[in-house]
Design a protein around this ligand. Sequence first.
Ligand code: C2E
Ligand code: MG
Ligand code: MG
Ligand code: MG
Length: 293
Amino acid sequence: HAKAHRRGRAQVFDDAMHRTVVDRLELEGELRVAIAEDALEVWYQPVIDLENGHLRAFEALVRWRHPTRGLLPPKTFIPLAEDTGLIVPLDRWMLRAAAREIAGWAPAPGRPPPALGVNLTAAQLHLPDLGNEIRSVLEDTGLAPEQLTLELTENVLMDDRAATLATMRALRGLGIGLALDDFGTGYSSLSYLRRFPISDLKVDRSFIEDLDGSRSGTALVRAVAELGRALRLTTVAEGIETAQQYALVRELGFTLAQGFYISPPLDARAARTLAQQPGPLVAPTGEITGSHG
Ligand code: C2E
Ligand code: MG
Ligand code: MG
Ligand code: MG
């Protein structure tokens, strides 16, 4: 009886395994086609200047309009893309598509054109020719280097390669910003900040979640704000979901903020319209203006 039971479970397990492998193979094939045929979309999440509530930038976030599964968020295919190497063409496509799109957007009267943040994975940063590749994207699209910030996670810096440092220096030399994304969640050490030419710190959403006004909840976020000031880095608070969190990060002296409280990621059309809106997105009182979000 026990043996039959075991065999039964093993059978179920094998079926599930089989389905997963087939699913992954199918998804990999579909993703390859999606990248080649422009079935991916760039969505744009507004990033605002905490000093005046004005739009400063958009973070480009990938979405996949799948023929049968609907609009897929990155967590459903980025891990697969990383495992299969498809992340390199995916990120390449994203950078080019977002740069081309945003370079064509007219800013609101009297405002500078919005900047662009693009996520890159480690594999990208290890490409020997990334500097030249990005320079040609800027040339082809007309995006100014000062408009572009590349977002990297701490694991990129962990396998400490001389080539990575050289690439980062080359990018900064072009005038491009380099942000440390999800700051505080990896094995970040202060020595990374000394060693690598980072321009922005994006404190992870999990720390913002802890901002309940208590001393302990605020301590880490306050420390990041102070670190940013001391090292003259731009500090970004991501995952702002409430008016209270917004008020707190502003009070702590963060430079920029991003989150559902301000606006969720928008499709290109909605983002382009938002970019032309005169006046701040967030009023000095912390209230959201306009009808986005
Ligand atoms: P990320 O770079 O940290 O991007 C921020 C994520 O947080 C986005 O999720 C955004 O929609 C979400 N978010 C923003 N504000 C809030 C908020 O107030 N509350 C909550 N709960 N979430 C918020 P998304 O678009 O699902 O992207 C997830 C991650 O996938 C990104 O995290 C990034 O690491 C990765 N990713 C997205 N697009 C790309 C890409 O083109 N290339 C690469 N390599 N990675 C990408
Ligand atoms: Mg990011
Ligand atoms: Mg982030
Ligand atoms: Mg994050």
